[in-house]
Design a protein around this ligand. Structure first.
Ligand SMILES: Nc1ncnc2c1ncn2[C@@H]1O[C@H](COP(=O)(O)OP(=O)(O)OP(=O)(O)O)[C@@H](O)[C@H]1O
Ligand SMILES: [Mg+2]
Length: 418
């Protein structure tokens, strides 16, 4: 019967004792009933017992009370299938000192059979230190997580603050840009108006000279012919004066229109009108400016008797285009006006058989003051088509043309009528 250190045959062996006593782990040997048969000094120190004080106690004395009941089951399980293994894998094991204090342990179990009796050996390590380090590590990890979260929050706050300042800055830049653009536009407009004014002065001094000197010479001639009693000659010179005044008026009108367009002062006055009647009126009004032998032919394919647009502006457009057609054609060369429409647009064509426009000049045709290279012997300011283009845009229409030198020109005007 093995029930005390003295009954263990090898316990008296010097080498065994040497090893047993000097092991760094606590070793406790119990029998099947859980009674402690042998323990080494380290075990006694760990559990706070004096020399040999553990021998004869039951294993359960070394456990906190709350584990004691369950432990006998575990022991019975081990006794039935003994094998070397660690105890309490996945659980924290706690041991009880003699003074009632507790400490964390790690325990490995082994066994031996001696004289048919099962002896179980428990190797016990105090892991307080390790636990402390683990807990400290865990605490610093937790602190680290808290710190990281705080840091993230701070970064987020700063980013938000930065974003909103960037947004404010962007808005400011946008506003400044807008103000700059507006100032630039105003300046550009002023520059254009100034250019127009100075151009007007130079054109006026140039273009006004001929009609004014015609008027001057005609008036003195009228005086002379009056004295001579030649009424036909007087009539002729009165007509010359009339034409010169008309010419001056048309130049002034052009400038006036441009000024109004420039300042955006022209309002649309749309109403229903008959295209056929409109063209007849244009023909009638412009008869007087045609050269001798020139005729206006109208071909109107407009099926609807009424369309919707601003005739006052259309009349201005026609006045410019038809006077060009006449001016840049010879006597006897005819002018053709035609019109057709669908549900959305009315399309007018103004065709002449005159001098045409040189191909290289065609892309500049609607530029202000531009005059084609074959027109320098014919009076003009180069404003008419620019005004036409702007009027057309006001009506949301388009104007294009085809032309061939020496054969003639056709302007095509497309105006929405809805
Ligand atoms: N039907 C046309 N046939 C040939 N050339 C034309 C015709 N219409 C315009 N042009 C050319 O286009 C130029 C610009 O025409 P625009 O009507 O703008 O000015 P203008 O007739 O010279 O002067 P104004 O301001 O008195 O009308 C003309 O100088 C002329 O060279
Ligand atoms: Mg013209």
């Amino acid at each position: 019967m093995i029930d005390s250190p003295a009954s263990i045959p090898f316990a008296s062996n010097d080498a065994f004792r040497e090893i047993f006593q000097s092991m760094s782990e606590g070793i406790i040997m119990v029998d099947e009933s859980g009674k402690i048969i042998l323990s080494n000094p380290v075990a006694e120190i760990l559990f706070g017992y004096g020399k040999n004080e553990l021998n004869g106690l039951t294993m359960e004395c070394l456990l906190p009370e709350r584990y004691q009941g369950h432990h006998s089951h575990l022991r019975a399980g081990f006794n039935a299938h003994p094998e070397p293994r660690r105890m309490g894998v996945g659980r924290d094991l706690t041991a009880l000192r003699k003074d009632g204090s507790e400490f964390p342990v790690e325990i490995s179990l082994s066994y031996t059979r001696l004289q048919d009796q099962l002896l179980i050996m428990a190797f016990v390590s105090d892991i307080s230190q390790r636990k402390k380090s683990e807990e400290a590590l865990k605490r610093s990890e937790e602190q680290l997580i808290v710190y990281a979260a705080e840091l993230e929050k701070k970064v987020q706050m700063r980013t938000e603050a930065l974003n909103s300042s960037i947004q404010e800055l962007e808005d400011e830049v946008k506003e400044r840009k807008k103000a700059e653009e507006e100032a630039h536009k105003a300046l550009e407009k002023e520059r254009e108006l100034n250019e127009l004014k100075s151009k007007f002065v130079s054109i006026a001094s140039h273009e006004f000279r001929t009609p004014l000197s015609t008027i001057l010479s005609s008036t003195s001639l009228i005086n002379q012919y009056n004295d001579l009693g030649d009424p036909d000659k007087v009539k002729k010179h009165v007509l010359r004066i009339k034409n010169s005044v008309n010419h001056l008026t048309s130049i002034l009108n052009d400038f006036l229109s441009l000024g109004k367009l420039e300042e955006g002062k022209i309002d649309l006055q749309v109403d229903y009108f008959s295209p056929r009647e409109f063209l007849d009126e244009v023909k009638e009004e412009l008869k007087s400016i045609l050269k001798s032998g020139q005729n206006i032919h109208i071909e109107c394919q407009a099926t609807s008797s009424m369309v919707y647009s601003d005739t006052r502006i259309l009349r201005n457009i026609f006045f410019n285009l038809v006077s060009n057609a006449s001016k840049y054609s010879g006597a006897e060369q005819n002018i053709y006006l035609s019109c057709s429409h669908d549900k959305k647009n009315i399309s007018f064509k103004i065709r002449d058989e005159g001098i045409g426009i040189p191909f290289s000049d065609q892309k500049h045709m609607f530029e202000r003051f531009f005059r084609a290279s074959n027109a320098d012997q014919i009076q003009g300011t180069g404003l008419g088509l620019n005004i036409v283009k702007r009027y057309t845009e006001l009506l949301r229409g388009t104007i294009t043309f085809t032309s061939e030198c020496g054969k003639g020109t056709t302007f095509i005007l497309e105006i929405p009528i809805e």
